[in-house]
Design a protein around this ligand. Sequence first.
Ligand code: ADP
Length: 495
Amino acid sequence: MNALIFAVLAAAVALAYYGYSYTTEAAVERSEQQIMEDLAEEKVNAVESQVVEADNALLHNVQLDQLDKLPEQVRTSDPWISSVFVLDEHLKVVPGGTAASDDPKQAVANRDWYLANVIPKLPKPLRLDERMHAYGRHDDRPYLLAYMKKQLGDRTYYVVVEDNVFQLMLWVFPKVFESQHASKLLYQVFDDRGSRAYGWPYKYNTYAPVQFSDTLDGWELRVIASQPPAESALRHQHAVDSVLIGGAVTIILVGLAFLALAIRRERRANELKSDFISNVSHELKTPLSIITMFGEMLANGRTKSPEQATEYAEIIYREGVRLDRLIENVLDFAKIERGMGVYEFAEADLGDVVTRAVDLAARRLQTAEMTIDVELEPDLPQVKIDANAVTLAVLNLVDNAIKYASSGKRVALTLKQEDHRVVMAVRDWGPGIEAEEQAKIFERFYRAKAMRLKPIRGSGIGLALVQHIARAHGGDVSVTSKPGEGATFQLWLPI
Ligand code: ADP
């Protein structure tokens, strides 16, 4: 029982530990997610601030009255800035207001395309000297414009800077993403159409994406852990966890079931025990009062004839024997209950033991007006037994036949060898035992219902004792009975 309680406790502690570790694991995962998002945001800022800085430097430096410097300004600016054009307040290119890092002819065509298709749709800057940006696609090619409203004297004009997206990716992304963290983390940039524009095509463990907002609108950055958690290791861990948790739950359930069963058994045993105490007290009291009564009569010489005196003495003797048997039963049973080594085995002739027990019961059989047929197979082998214990067992069986089956008038006792066993059978022709009670009568303190109603005294430990004795010898005892036709108790011992 202690081991069981310990197992249930251990299982409960294991479950509690799992619950705790799962919540902390989830918390760690959440904070890791937060870190990754912060990191992604920092990286997006790093990319955008580089672009914005380059844009701003150029946007601020271009002056309407120094347009001759324009080509030089473009050439010396960051490599992804591909062209600049300066527009008047009506969005017309001012003379000398175009400069490009590549082929001038293409630059003009490019500029005109923007003027025709993009510039008119752009939101007008409300404030002066503030960078605005526009991202979009031209013939599937992404473009990025930065523009600014400026003023010279009373003239308003616009400066537009064209950033080449591919050059930008080439120059800025590696610098930002391949820094000191590269060994542990990987970055992926997805464009506004959701295709991967930068990074390795890993699919595992991506964290919540962070959007670009000041330059490449609609693009996003994802951070991924470079070491994928080994899938099989995860699955293995999961299986181990499941088995452990399942095991803990099973132990708890089985433990509780056992406890419930033990409590039920204990409660039943307690009920039977209190029955037993009242039975035994009664059993002790009755013979004692008979002995006292007849003893007193004899002592006072209140007998009519010598025959009557003998009869009284016989009654006293009978009750004395009964008392002795009962006390022996109770004491032996108590010893067995306490689990003491009560048996002393020695080679003996089972036939002799049975004969002696029958002799001891002869007088009571006679009083009950019963006869006993004893049939002993000759030349039975010697067996290793505790002769006293076996005598007690035989006496209990014969006594029960006298007590419960005296109506049948006879008892038959046989002893014979069957294979490697010696089998003793005690048959009576009494009321028999109900089928559902046949197993229960061997339980300690149990008495059959029909017998409890009759004024037959008993303690309910006789058959429990017989069973214990038989099993201690490596044998067993069983009963076969048809109600109304008597009962046969079979006790076998191994040779
Ligand atoms: P006790 O005789 O003190 O009641 P036992 O353990 O010897 O205790 O017997 C248990 C029960 O088995 C008895 O109460 C009785 O109901 C039943 N029993 C035992 N032997 C017989 C028998 N030969 N015929 C009918 N019932 C029996």
